[in-house]
Design a protein around this ligand. Structure first.
Ligand SMILES: Nc1nc2c(c(=O)[nH]1)N[C@H]1C(S)=C(S)[C@@H](COP(=O)(O)OP(=O)(O)OC[C@H]3O[C@@H](n4cnc5c(=O)[nH]c(N)nc54)[C@H](O)[C@@H]3O)O[C@H]1N2
Ligand SMILES: Nc1nc2c(c(=O)[nH]1)N[C@H]1C(S)=C(S)[C@@H](COP(=O)(O)OP(=O)(O)OC[C@H]3O[C@@H](n4cnc5c(=O)[nH]c(N)nc54)[C@H](O)[C@@H]3O)O[C@H]1N2
Ligand code: SF4
Ligand SMILES: [Mo]
Length: 704
């Protein structure tokens, strides 16, 4: 039996899997010990990829809604319906929502854009505005491109300050690093220090040398205070010619002394001072913030200040600090002729929220659908997304989807979102397609390249073909090869090379590889099934920058413009309400791996975790149901009393709530949990980017 060595596409860690299969079924999945990056590591999700493939509920034929009920249909019937209902309909009345797995899927990553472009609509939504948009926005203004993101040089750093991240569970994000646990342990083993800032004593916090239980939403205050101490105590490193705006940053940080932010952060001023001195004194150090610092009220400011600290401690772009990866394929910042990042080129119709990276905030999708007038959204295409569970004010969005004239979903399940579609087009399972992690290698802690062939044959069309056919159905174009050539020509022109021969994503990867910074071909990739190690991260300043000044713009107005909101919050911040934050579980993947039997079972993971002192004060009993209310809704959920979470905070995982009618996910329905995003407020946003506040939502909690 041949063993297939492939990259796991289920999360950002890009682990190598060694898979054997027989007769179309997976017989074993192991971590690939020879993978140049992951060296044998795998998690329970990767181990369950065969079960995901075999899931009887996974869609294998198109579904068409007739008289309110789904029936199986042929692909031709499905496209005929789409052409009849959506043909020629372009412009703002059609919206697209692109979900997280699209990032891990070559087809969607490379062909989604063609579909979106052909629609010519402002109404483009993705999970980015529920996630990392503030980080990319900050990077865009600091460094010139939202893909120019500095990642911690995990394998060489002496000091790692992690905020709002739990990579022992999430396996790392915007920091592609298989076996993060091993890499963090190695920091400690070589005498370094790991400090975790998190309202929860997470698994990562348990592994760390120190855990600082910050109040949710307090990160920008803490980070500003660290900057303040660097200046006040004369230990800031002068970036000299490298950066502009140091004096502005110093002035802006002045009010945020450790004493001034102690209340807002819930942390002792002395600890903040010590932290600043430790960061400055470490031979090398990296500050890293993830979703607890981005999907929150001051996501942009916190993301900005993370890198301000990396600069002012002399750690930007130095080994052991925060460095810029150089991916082999599609790294936007490795070519020439780049224009500085801008946002706000257009605005959402109803709330006037600015575009960021060509997208509008998902938090505004519902009202764009329900508010009458010119440009009202009447049709929706979802591509590997489940916004009914993942976006804020879920009840309102669900209601909005009910009112659409037409909806198409490209997805592998009939679930909480796709049940609203008129047509569902099934994607392949991850094992039925080739893979190259075009997106995630751009954030990798080591430069690697790894091509994966499909493990199993399929009778389904590849998703790129589906996306092209969908594009064709809307544009009235039936020559798919011609459309594919247009996509290839566009990708090649942007990369400044000629298109490689062939078809589909493989041609595009070959094209981008030829345009990339390494002398590599597809043949090289194929000859190395365990990947090609391109070495540790190397310094890239100043060439990596594409700001107008050619320097790191530490005080770009788009970033500093949000400081007054923080100053105001410092004066008015109240402590009397409970706030809701999110959490992840190793055996979950946002909303969609809850139908994979081996990952379920055991105790109910969808609980409201609450500190014993709050439980006592609010008369909540461990295991008993409680009611959690916010401005937008209420849910009933079991209490889990735990001193892991700090006082004043409720922690509830997202992605649950599988007890809805008309879905086809039997395993998930047997372990439904509740949808926390009923509580997330679609009006509570990070200022500059409109990213949803999913951490730090004011709630009331009472016994049920
Ligand atoms: N409260 C709260 N809410 C959150 C978060 C939080 O921390 N707290 N996190 C946010 C974050 S970071 C994210 S990224 C979003 C995720 O938000 P979404 O991307 O909207 O949601 P997912 O749960 O990832 O849904 C993925 C969908 O893709 C489908 N799918 C899976 N694989 C494939 C495939 O290969 N092809 C196709 N066509 N479809 C596929 C699944 O069936 C599912 O419908 O959730 C956000 N929501
Ligand atoms: N197993 C698993 N892995 C996943 C996913 C999954 O659903 N399951 N989802 C994937 C996706 S889409 C993403 S984006 C990544 C996310 O990757 P991470 O950001 O590492 O995700 P989390 O595990 O949610 O960790 C966020 C931490 O922030 C803390 N937090 C909440 N609010 C605040 C705050 O205000 N300040 C601070 N400092 N901390 C806060 C939470 O308690 C939590 O421990 O994970 C990816 N990997
Ligand atoms: S950590 Fe992520 S990439 Fe690695 S096996 Fe698990 S799901 Fe796959
Ligand atoms: Mo995410």
């Amino acid at each position: 039996m041949p063993t297939h060595h492939v990259t796991c596409p289920l999360c950002e860690a890009t682990c190598g899997l060694s898979i054997t299969a027989e007769g179309g079924a997976v017989t074993s999945v192991r971590g690939d010990a020879l993978d140049v990056f992951s060296r044998g590591y795998l998690c329970p999700k990767g181990a369950s990829i065969g079960a995901l493939h075999a899931d009887p509920d996974r869609l294998r034929t198109p579904l068409l809604k007739r008289g309110g009920r789904f029936t199986e249909a042929t692909w031709e019937e499905a496209y005929a319906e789409i052409a009849a209902r959506l043909g020629g309909v372009t412009g703002d009345s059609v919206a697209v929502y692109l979900g997280n797995p699209g990032v891990h899927n070559l087809s969607t990553a490379l062909y989604g854009r063609a579909l979106i472009k052909s629609l010519n609509t402002k109404n483009v939504y993705t999970a980015s505005s529920l996630d990392q948009a503030p980080k990319q926005f900050a990077a865009g203004y600091l460094f010139g491109d939202p893909m120019t993101v500095a990642v911690p040089d995990l394998d060489r750093t002496d000091y790692l300050l992690l905020l709002g991240a739990n990579p022992l569970v999430s396996n790392g994000s915007m920091m592609t690093s298989p076996d993060t646990r091993g890499r963090l342990r190695a920091i400690r083993a070589r005498g370094g220090r790991v400090v975790v800032v998190d309202p929860m004593r997470s698994r990562t916090a348990e592994l760390a040398d120190e855990h600082l239980p910050i109040r949710p939403g307090g990160d920008a205050f803490l980070l500003f205070a660290l900057v303040n101490v660097l200046f006040a105590d004369g230990i800031a490193v002068d970036p000299g010619e490298l950066a502009t705006g140091v004096d502005e940053v110093r002035a802006l940080a002045a009010p945020f002394t450790p004493d001034a932010v102690a209340g807002a952060t819930g942390l002792a001023a002395a600890d903040i001072r010590r932290l600043a001195h430790e960061l400055a004194a470490a031979p090398s150090a990296a500050v890293y913030g993830r979703i607890g610092t981005t999907a929150q009220r001051f996501g942009t400011l916190a993301s900005w200040l993370v890198d301000v600290l990396n600069v002012l401690t002399g750690n930007l772009d130095r080994p052991g600090g925060a460095m810029f990866p150089l991916a082999a394929v599609g790294q936007a910042n490795s070519g020439g002729g780049r224009r500085p990042f801008r946002h706000g080129r257009w605005r959402s119709r109803v709330r006037g929220l600015p575009e960021v990276m060509g997208e509008l905030p998902a938090a505004t999708l519902a009202e764009e659908i329900t508010t009458p007038g010119d440009g009202q959204v009447r049709a929706l295409i979802t591509l590997s997304g489940n916004p009914c569970l993942s976006a804020p004010n879920a009840d309102r969005l669900t209601e909005a989807l009910r009112g659409l004239d037409f909806m198409v979903s490209v997805d592998i399940y009939l679930n909480e979102t796709t049940r609203h579609a008129d047509v569902i087009l099934p994607g392949t399972s991850p094992l039925e397609r080739p893979h190259y992690d075009i997106a995630l290698y751009q954030f990798a802690v080591r430069n690697v390249a790894n091509w994966s062939e499909a493990v199993l044959p399929t009778s389904l069309p590849q998703e790129w073909e589906t996306l092209l056919r969908l594009t064709g159905a809307i544009l009235g174009q039936s020559d798919m090869d011609a459309l594919d050539d247009v996509v290839a020509a566009t990708v090649a022109a942007r990369a400044g090379v000629a298109p490689a021969p062939g078809r589909g994503p493989e041609r595009l990867v070959a094209t981008l590889l030829a345009a990339g910074p390494y002398d590599l071909t597809m043949e090289d990739l194929r000859a190395h099934p365990h990947g090609i190690d391109l070495g540790p991260l190397a310094p890239r300043l100043p060439a990596v920058l594409s700001t107008a000044s050619g320097k790191v713009d530490l005080a770009a107005p788009a970033l500093t413009a949000d400081v007054p909101r923080l100053t105001e919050e410092l004066a008015t911040r109240r402590e009397d309400t409970m706030v809701l934050i999110g959490r992840r579980n190793l055996r979950s993947n946002n909303s969609w791996m809850h139908n994979v039997e081996p990952l379920l079972g055991g105790q109910n993971r969808c609980t409201a975790m609450i500190n014993p002192a709050d439980a006592a004060r609010l008369s909540l009993i461990d295991g008993a149901p409680c009611v959690v209310r916010s401005r937008t809704g209420k849910i009933t959920i079991p209490v889990e009393v735990s001193d892991r979470v700090r006082e004043g905070v409720v922690s509830i995982p997202h992605g649950w709530g599988h007890d809805l009618p008309d879905t086809r996910t039997a395993v998930a329905a047997a372990h439904p949990g509740v949808n926390t995003n009923v509580l997330a407020d679609d009006r509570l946003l990070d200022g500059p980017t409109g990213t949803a506040v999913l951490n730090g939502i004011p709630v009331r909690v009472s016994p049920a």
